[in-house]
Write a protein that binds this ligand. Structure first.
Ligand SMILES: Nc1ncnc2c1ncn2[C@@H]1O[C@H](COP(=O)(O)OP(=O)(O)OP(=O)(O)O)[C@@H](O)[C@H]1O
Ligand SMILES: [Mg+2]
Length: 212
């Protein structure tokens, strides 16, 4: 059990989906912009701090969330303690988060953080990236910013293995349904245990650092 507990009322401004924040920003566009700047700074910092023996374990994952957003949110780096769902998808129950997270990261460690998959074909690497990414999508461990920190985490694994950060730009553009392709792929992962669309998105955005 985490040391800190946050009720939903601690997270959001009353009657809104705007998270309370240390800058007391109430304007969604401005908050989004600040979140974007913090994420960009995190990419620069974490990429520059990568070392070849990096352990992409659970504490690293949590630290990404914490270090990226702790200047903004009290709950940065802490798993949620309430159940959460989004349009028809129930994410991992809060009561099972810790054990489920441990299971996923244990498996990832057993696969040496995808070192071997990364030395295979783009298809092989993207298949393993989609597998673990889909596990973390279904886990949805934080109150907010799960998508961005999950993508950052796998981008760092990619960079550590001689790839560019994965280019998700096309998949993040809102489509005619109002949902972007990344969210549509996430729904297939969570509701159908089907990672194929997510794998295609990753495959499309995956490039070796030398441009291959
Ligand atoms: N209906 C859904 N079913 C399953 N997964 C979903 C659904 N809607 C969103 N997601 C997943 O949750 C993520 C959004 O979570 P959250 O809002 O906590 O993070 P975020 O950083 O704002 O994400 P993003 O930048 O992708 O919008 C999406 O990236 C997607 O993976
Ligand atoms: Mg969001």
């Amino acid at each position: 059990m985490s040391k800190y507990q946050f009720a939903k009322s601690d997270i959001y401004l009353p009657g809104t989906d705007i998270p309370r924040n240390r800058l007391e920003i109430e304007e969604p566009d401005l908050l989004h912009e600040v979140e974007g700047t913090l994420l960009q700074q995190a990419y620069t910092r974490f990429i520059s701090e990568l070392d070849p023996s990096a352990r992409f374990d659970e504490s690293y994952f949590k630290a990404l969330h914490r270090d990226t957003y702790e200047s903004l949110y009290d709950w940065a780096g802490h798993y949620r303690t309430v159940d959460m769902s989004k349009s028809g998808s129930l994410f991992c129950r809060a009561a099972y988060l810790e054990q489920e997270s441990r299971r996923i990261f244990h498996r990832l460690e057993q696969e040496q953080y995808l070192k071997q998959a990364a030395s295979g074909t783009l298809e092989q690497f993207s298949e393993r990236l989609a597998h673990y990414q889909s596990e973390l999508i279904a886990l949805h461990p934080f109150y907010e910013l799960n998508g961005r920190i999950t993508r950052l985490f796998f981008d760092l694994i990619a960079v550590c293995n001689g790839y560019e950060p994965i280019d998700y730009s096309q998949a993040l553009v809102a489509g005619s349904s109002g949902l972007n392709a990344y969210v549509e792929a996430s729904i297939l992962c969570v509701q159908r245990a089907d990672n194929n669309k997510l794998q295609q998105i990753i495959l499309q955005g995956l490039r070796h650092t030398d441009g291959a």
